[in-house]
Design a protein around this ligand. Structure first.
Ligand SMILES: C[S@@+](CC[C@H](N)C(=O)[O-])C[C@H]1O[C@@H](n2cnc3c(N)ncnc32)[C@H](O)[C@@H]1O
Length: 229
């Protein structure tokens, strides 16, 4: 029989486990490629993420806007690895994370960037974000750890609420359908097929314009908020 667990318990598990991982070795759990990271290496890896996911995709992301005039949202900002790099490109950056311990580290990472703001959230919605429309939203190696479709889809709906019409939510989910997640865990998240991802986009009001990596751990989705008719 499938394990049964309440949403509240899942959120508590995520906060507890990610706080524990942050205390143990935050940078390793954020980016598992190394056990020990120097500041330089860790933030350089964030720069590489931004170069690979964002700087080579500016047409979709900016749609003609000056990046320095753009307001950007990051879900699951962790210890600020990518957040800091986003702050070098965009005019205003807001990041959320379920773990207060991660957010403490992220605050230090962006301490010299007054236009970058990070918040601990409840692991479910974006009610902590100050009002105002966003021009772009991004999330990498976060949803792959979330064991609940309900939570992921709520984030997609929340991003839709905060984005300007026409704007892009570019994010990565677990696409390996053999990866078996269980509701009580917080490391291996639920996986999505191409069809499941498209259905989620439509249910939340997005146009799923592109995808890359279906079947792989790094399954990238480009969800555009439909422009006002
Ligand atoms: C592997 S780390 C990646 C951090 C960051 N995205 C990066 O690439 O450096 C995953 C992050 O997702 C956060 N996270 C996990 N579940 C979350 C949830 N439900 N809501 C918000 N953040 C969550 C964790 O606390 C952790 O900081």
């Amino acid at each position: 029989m499938a394990e049964s667990i309440t949403l509240q318990r899942q959120l508590e598990n995520m906060r507890r486990d990610w706080d524990q991982r942050a205390r143990e070795n935050a940078r390793h759990y954020v980016a598992t490629g190394q056990t020990d990271w120097t500041d330089e290496e860790f933030f350089r890896s964030g720069e590489l993420s931004v170069a690979g996911d964002i700087l080579n995709d500016m047409e979709n992301i900016c749609r003609g806007k000056d990046p320095k005039q753009m307001r950007v949202l990051e879900i699951g900002c962790g210890a600020g690895r990518v957040t800091r790099a986003l702050g070098r490109v965009f005019g205003e950056v807001h990041g959320v994370d379920v773990s207060g311990e991660m957010i403490e580290r992220a605050k230090k990472a962006v301490a010299d960037q007054p236009h970058v703001h990070v918040y601990q959230n409840n692991g479910y919605d974006l009610s902590v974000i100050p009002v105002g429309d966003f021009d772009f939203a991004y999330s990498f190696i976060v949803f792959q750890h979330i064991p609940s479709r309900e939570i992921i889809e709520n984030y997609v709906r929340e991003v839709f609420r905060l984005l300007r019409p026409g704007a892009l939510f570019k994010f990565q989910v677990q696409g390996n359908l053999k990866a078996a997640s269980s509701p009580g865990e917080t490391w291996l998240g639920v996986s999505y097929s191409e069809g499941q991802a498209k259905d989620m986009a439509h249910r939340c009001g997005f146009e799923p314009r592109y995808s890359h990596g279906a079947g792989d751990q790094y399954f990238w989705l480009w969800f555009f908020k439909k422009p006002v008719a």
